[in-house]
Each structure stands twice: as structure tokens, then as C-alpha cells.
Design a protein around this ligand. Structure first.
Ligand SMILES: [Zn+2]
Length: 424
């Protein structure tokens, strides 16, 4: 296999002026993907850890998110910039992300910054108190607008993956003790498979060498495989409580996830379900905010589902009926999925022409390359393959495979529902 890769590289030389992808796996297991864009002004680096809101332990809702804040803030107590290097983090259902965006001459220091964050094992009471406040602020600002899907995943994980009756999505963070955070950091960082994505003007070999120097000592074991369709811990409809001021309805279907093509098919299905949910006038009229995805992940399982955030007073049963009607319309969309599949495959293969993209973005032009690589990185995380294999995985999804997925898995017998209401 190695010789084939070398032949391909010889056949497809990348000129110094053209952007090109590279991919390396370090001795430690860390995965490094670089897109070199010679005329980009910034080097942006994302480091992903597979500890997201659906992987938190029982009674530890959002600890992944809290850890993201603590790693950054133990080194950089304030602001989101240091010596010209902008930085940030975000924790989604599937991953904790740390990011830096550096002027070209500062790129090497930005890689060292990632290493410094990931080396944090000592935590400070005062920093913890500040970050609890910041997270509470994020909750408050999103709850008022109905963008509560991230928190709903944290709640879903507590109720469905761990079998709790009440998800303290706010309270677990609010009452977190420093020793709990330190213990979580010790165990979670030790077993995390790191994925690094970097984009900018720097040659890939230099980026890989810097990542090896700075992060090579970070043991990065392979991810645990996914194998089974999600099986319900309890009945088909679970009524539970959480401590955010919003009612949430989640409806999901366990799907096969053992192969890359299975996981790609789950995301094609999620895209189609999302199109139906976003286009559903009845949901909009009710003021409900819907989002479909295949982010419903157990230890070894995966599900496709839709999450709906409901304003006060909306009848949950009415929304449930609407979601059931969406399920009924999915099989009719399978035959027309070819274009969507082709687009999903092409999006991670085709390198856009960045010059017109920068012009279009105007003042935000420096984010052009970063945005493209970020979308690609999330596809790699979702399908659980290196960047170069995402397109192949999507192309292995046929309209027939999708039709079978809808017939066998997205149906009344497999449907699971969680209603999260405010409660103690
Ligand atoms: Zn945050």
C-alpha cells in the first residue's frame, strides 16, 4: 500500500503555488492533516479530542465543555488573543476543539500554545469560578433564542446513555469541584485520540514536524470502534427533566455504523431529515427550532435524529406528530439523494478557489481557509476516517442503500423519543 501512495504522489505533483492536502499519522497515533494554501495570510490550527457532550460521564454533564474552558483559561486567563495569535475553543456533541489562528510569522508559537493547553493538569479555584459563570452566560444567551441543541445533547447523554431521570446540564457544571475537573482531565486526556487539522501558508512537512515536537509525547490511542445500532435503555418514549428553562423534544433512530459507508449514510439521512425539518412550516409557525444530525452517539452506537427546542406553551404532542410525519416522508427522498451524496463527497475533495472567496468575505477574508478546513474536519470526525477517505465513504452510499436504511431503521418500531422538561 505504501508504494501505491508514493506512486500517486509522484503522478500528482503539487506546485508551490497551488493548495494541496497532506495527511500523516505520528508514532503516537496522532492524526495530522494539513492544507497548504501558499497565499493565505494566517496559519489556523484545530486540535480535536473525541470527548464531546455525548461522551460525558453520569452526573458530569458538560464536563467536556468545562474542560475546554479550563485548559485554555489556565494558560490564557483573559481575552481571545495573545501576541497576535487569536484563539478559541468549542465543544460539540462529538468533539472538544481547541483552535489558534496565527499570523504566518507566529505559526510555530501557535502550535506550542496547543501543547501548553493540553499539558494542563493543575486547576485553580478562581479560574473554575470564572468559567462556571461564563458557561452559565452561554446557557442563558442560547436558551432565550432556542439554540439549545448542544445542551439537549448533553441532557440526552445523561438520560439515554446513562439512564438518569434528571439531567443537571447546568447544575453539574455549577457544582463542579476542582478535584472532579482534575480527575476528568487526567483520564480523558490520557485516552484521547488527537486529530490535528492545520491550514495556511506553511509547508506541511514543517507543520507535521512542529506537531511531532510539541504534541508527539501525547499518547493518542486509536478510537474505540462503533459497532451496533443504538438500543434503548428504556421505553420508546422517555419523559425526563433537566435544569434549563426550555422544553426539548428529541426523536432518533439507531442505525448501522460499523463501516465508513454506514456512517456516511447516517449523515446523508441526517441531511435529508434536516431539510425536511427546516422546511416544515408547522414547526416554524410554532416558533420551534429544529436541527437534525447523526450526533446521537453511544459508546458503540450511532443514531440519526432530530432535536426540537420548544417555546413555552407549545403542545409537545403536536410537535411529536409533526416529527412522525417527517419520518414518513423520508423514504420518498431516497431516490433523489444522488446529488446530495455527490455534493457531500465533493466538498471534502475539491479545494476551492480562495481568491474570489476572500473577496466575497470582505473583512472576514482571513477566515476563508479556516472555514473550509473546519467543515472538512467535522466530516472526518463524523465519518471517522482520514480526510482523504471521506469522499469514498459518501460515494459508497447509493440511493438503494439509503432506501434500505429508511425502510429498516427509520420507522415507527425503531423510533425513540425523549421529552426534556424543566424540573428538579
Ligand atoms: Zn463555552
Amino acid at each position: 500500500m505504501r508504494s501505491i501512495a508514493i506512486v500517486l504522489m509522484v503522478c500528482l505533483p503539487v506546485s508551490a503555488q497551488q493548495p494541496g492536502w497532506s495527511h500523516d499519522v505520528l508514532e503516537s497515533g496522532t492524526d495530522v492533516t494539513v492544507l497548504q494554501v501558499p497565499d493565505a495570510s494566517m496559519q489556523t490550527t484545530f486540535v480535536f479530542l473525541p470527548i464531546g457532550l455525548t461522551a460525558d460521564a453520569p452526573h458530569r454533564a458538560q464536563f467536556s465543555h468545562l474542560l475546554e474552558h479550563m485548559l485554555i483559561r489556565m494558560r490564557d486567563a483573559d481575552g481571545l488573543e495573545e501576541n497576535g495569535i487569536r484563539f478559541n475553543g468549542e465543544t460539540t456533541a462529538l468533539a472538544l476543539r481547541l483552535e489558534t489562528m496565527a499570523p504566518a510569522e507566529q505559526w510555530r508559537r501557535s502550535i506550542a500554545k496547543h501543547a501548553a493547553w493540553l499539558a494542563v493538569r493543575e486547576f485553580d479555584e478562581d479560574v473554575l469560578a470564572v468559567e462556571k459563570g461564563r458557561i452559565a452566560g452561554e446557557e442563558a444567551s442560547t436558551v432565550s433564542r432556542g439554540y439549545t441543541h448542544k445542551w439537549a445533547f448533553a441532557g440526552w447523554n445523561q438520560i439515554v446513555n446513562h439512564g438518569l431521570e434528571h439531567a443537571a446540564v447546568h447544575g453539574d457544571v455549577a457544582s463542579a469541584e476542582i478535584e472532579q475537573v482534575a480527575a476528568f482531565a487526567r483520564s480523558a486526556l490520557r485516552r484521547s485520540h488527537l486529530r490535528v487539522f492545520s491550514v495556511g501558508p506553511v509547508e506541511p512537512e514543517k507543520v507535521v514536524a512542529a506537531v511531532r515536537d510539541e504534541l508527539g509525547g501525547f499518547a493518542s490511542p486509536a478510537r474505540e470502534p462503533l459497532a451496533a445500532a443504538a438500543e434503548p435503555a428504556r421505553g420508546a418514549v422517555i419523559e425526563a427533566t433537566w435544569d434549563l428553562d426550555r422544553t426539548h423534544l428529541l426523536q432518533w433512530y439507531g442505525v448501522p455504523c460499523g463501516s465508513a459507508a454506514d456512517r456516511a449514510a447516517a449523515w446523508v439521512a441526517a441531511n435529508q431529515l434536516n431539510m425536511l425539518a427546516q422546511g416544515e412550516a408547522r414547526l416554524r409557525r410554532l416558533g420551534a427550532v429544529a436541527l437534525a444530525s447523526a450526533d446521537y452517539q453511544g459508546t458503540h452506537s450511532l443514531a440519526v435524529g432530530v432535536s426540537v427546542s420548544l417555546p413555552e406553551g407549545v403542545d409537545v404532542d403536536e410537535v411529536r406528530d409533526i416529527l412522525v410525519s417527517l419520518e414518513g416522508r423520508l423514504p420518498g427522498l431516497a431516490a433523489g439523494s444522488t446529488l446530495l451524496i455527490r455534493q457531500l463527497a465533493a466538498a471534502t475533495e475539491k479545494i476551492p478557489d480562495f481568491a474570489p472567496l476572500r473577496l466575497r468575505l470582505g473583512a472576514r477574508a482571513r477566515f476563508a481557509e479556516a472555514n473550509v478546513v473546519l467543515q472538512t474536519a467535522y466530516q472526518a470526525i463524523r465519518v471517522r476516517v482520514p480526510r482523504s477517505e471521506i469522499a469514498t465513504a459518501y460515494r459508497a452510499v447509493s440511493a438503494e442503500k439509503l432506501a434500505a436504511l429508511y425502510r429498516d431503521h427509520v420507522n415507527a418500531a425503531k423510533r425513540r423519543t425523549l421529552v426534556l422538561r424543566r424540573g428538579e
